[in-house]
Write a protein of this length. Structure first.
Length: 196
């Protein structure tokens, strides 16, 4: 990776980290540059505005999240229902350490800018909805006769995950978030056909 690419990636990682802690509105270009260990001039060499950086960070976040999810063991089980439950277990396992370390960047951004920065909001929302869409085939197979509800249930799963992350922020820890996702898991066990 060239020095220029390295600085760009450091800026994207810094934007994600700082915005997850401070929020989009309270984050300044100076904050992102300082967290990346570069000058403000270097920031503007890579991004014309804070919003442009935040939008690129959405793409970077989505790619990194998909890579991490791809490496997790939740795709391993043979049965579709077991894969869905393993996904919930994987999401619970991420709730470790400081809240900012596992808070969802796109969820944080979307909550704040949904009405003020339409392009950034749309791109953030698309990332969340793409994650839900990845669950639909397994849900359809696991729901059996009720397979038509797979889309709505996938959205419900992602909404519950985002809500749990919001509760973690409110609480300053993961206890209630873990409990919430545990309830979601039990609900899914009841809804899905978990036997071969």
């Amino acid at each position: 990776m060239s020095g220029d690419q390295n600085r760009r990636e450091r800026l994207l990682l810094a934007a994600i980290d700082v915005i997850r802690v401070r929020g989009y509105g309270a984050t300044r270009v100076d904050d992102i540059a300082a967290a990346a260990g570069v000058t403000k001039g270097s920031f503007f060499h890579h991004f014309p505005t804070k919003e442009a950086c935040a939008r690129e960070a959405v793409v970077f976040w989505s790619e990194q999240s998909q890579a991490n999810f791809g490496l997790s063991s939740h795709r391993g089980p043979t049965l579709p229902a077991a894969r869905v439950l393993a996904y919930i277990d994987f999401r619970i396992s991420l709730l470790d350490g400081q809240v900012a370390a596992y808070a969802c960047y796109v969820g944080t951004v979307l909550q704040e800018v949904h009405d003020t920065h339409p392009q950034l909001a749309a791109e953030s929302a698309a990332t969340i909805l793409e994650q839900a869409a990845l669950l639909e085939d397994d849900l359809a197979a696991a729901l059996g006769r009720e397979h038509a509800e797979a889309h709505d249930l996938a959205i419900h799963i992602e909404a519950t995950i985002q809500g749990a992350l919001l509760i973690a922020k409110a609480e300053g820890g993961s206890k209630a978030a873990r409990t919430s996702l545990g309830h979601l898991r039990r609900y899914l066990e009841l809804r899905m056909e978990t036997k071969p």
